[in-house]
Design a protein around this ligand. Structure first.
Ligand code: HMG
Ligand code: MG
Length: 309
């Protein structure tokens, strides 16, 4: 049954990260042809923005070492957006050579994660991103900025909101078009999310520029999403089947599952354009490739009993 809640948007854009954030942390290396089918099936289920891969050092993320091969075989259509992760100018060169039109840089609110994930301090990583954004923008690319560890860090503990706002505004001032708030280890709770969004709005980053990126480690991703929607955010990151995590962040598990998000938004009468049935079939098909059941509660609830054992 559909029952709306006051203060929610009519429509939410789901930014699908399964092929990138999902597959980057699976033990199984998925062949490019299977990844391409994954993306094609996600698009057929109604997802329009699908983060497909990363142009990072292949030794750091071997699961995505086939970025060139994948972009080469992906079906293209004017309505489909395929952002890719790019950390540095070498990554941008590779992305441009393979026809990328949308990229995402990825910074950290904390020093420890900046070092572990990018081999840089926070300042050094921002210095690495600046020429990437400048060159990408001059070539007409759309650029998203991620900030990780916005609700807590496994090595540093609580992360002050001012610290997140400081890194986020420095990245947005480079000329990025969207800011995605990453609760990389899933420790945040709704009050924290609301306070962070309020602080960003006060610092000049309006909710129309924001996206939320919740990992579901502590089962808080949906509650945090609802808080973000009530605060005015309309773009939500999710990973089909809830697969993934970050290999450089202790205790990070998969993202909010796209199915769990679509179930909640369908119930609230918020449009997403996504059809749950083919999406669930896609996640079950991918789970078979990965050799483990989907962690999504909705996928589990709507799958035949025999497949869950
Ligand atoms: P580095 O070792 O400091 O790199 O790594 P470097 O600049 O010193 O270069 C060393 C060598 O790597 C050179 O080769 C470069 O050409 C090569 P050599 O001259 O020795 O033969 N190299 C590259 N090769 C291919 N593609 C590249 C590239 N760059 C350099 N782009 C670097 C620095 C940033 C490259 C490395 O730390 C890296 O690749 N990190 C990526 C880590 C990553 O992808 N993490 C997961 C994504 S973040 C995430 O999941 C969080 C998120 O989901 C949000 C959230 O949940 O919070 C987004
Ligand atoms: Mg992530």
């Amino acid at each position: 049954m559909r029952v709306r809640l006051p203060g929610l948007p009519e429509r939410v854009t789901i930014y699908e990260v399964g092929p990138r954030d999902g597959l980057q942390n699976e033990d199984t290396i998925v062949p490019a042809a299977v990844k391409a089918e994954f993306v094609t099936r996600l698009a057929a289920a109604g997802l329009r923005t699908i983060e497909t891969t990363s142009f990072v050092h292949p030794k750091w993320i071997p699961q995505l070492a086939d970025a060139e091969e994948l972009l080469d075989v992906l079906p293209r259509s004017p309505e489909l957006r395929y952002p890719v992760l790019v950390p540095n100018e070498r990554g941008l060169d590779r992305a441009l050579a393979n026809g990328a039109t949308e990229i995402a840089i990825f910074g950290s609110a904390t020093e420890t994660f900046a070092r572990r994930n990018l081999n840089r301090t926070v300042d050094e990583s921002l210095a690495m991103f600046a020429p990437v954004v400048e060159r990408a923008r001059s070539q007409g690319l759309w650029v998203r900025a991620y900030v990780s560890m916005v609700c807590g860090d496994p090595w540093e503990g609580d992360v002050p909101i001012e610290q997140v706002v400081s890194v986020a505004t420095r990245m947005m001032e480079m000329g990025c078009s969207q800011l995605s708030l990453g609760d990389t280890i899933g420790v945040g709770t709704p009050g924290q999310v609301t306070a962070l969004i309020d602080a960003l709005v006060k610092a000049g980053v309006g909710t129309e520029l924001l996206a939320v990126h919740f990992h579901d480690t502590y089962g808080q991703a949906l509650s945090n999403t609802l808080a973000a929607l009530q605060a005015g955010v309309t773009t939500v990151d999710a990973s089909a089947g809830g697969i993934g995590g970050c290999p450089y962040a202790e205790s990070a598990t998969g993202n909010l599952a796209t199915e769990d998000l679509v179930w909640m938004l369908d119930g609230l009468g918020v449009e997403t354009g996504v059809d749950l049935t083919p999406l669930i079939e896609t996640s079950r098909w991918m789970a078979a490739h990965l050799g483990r059941p989907s962690p999504s509660r909705v996928v589990q609830a709507l799958s035949p009993e025999t497949e869950q054992q």
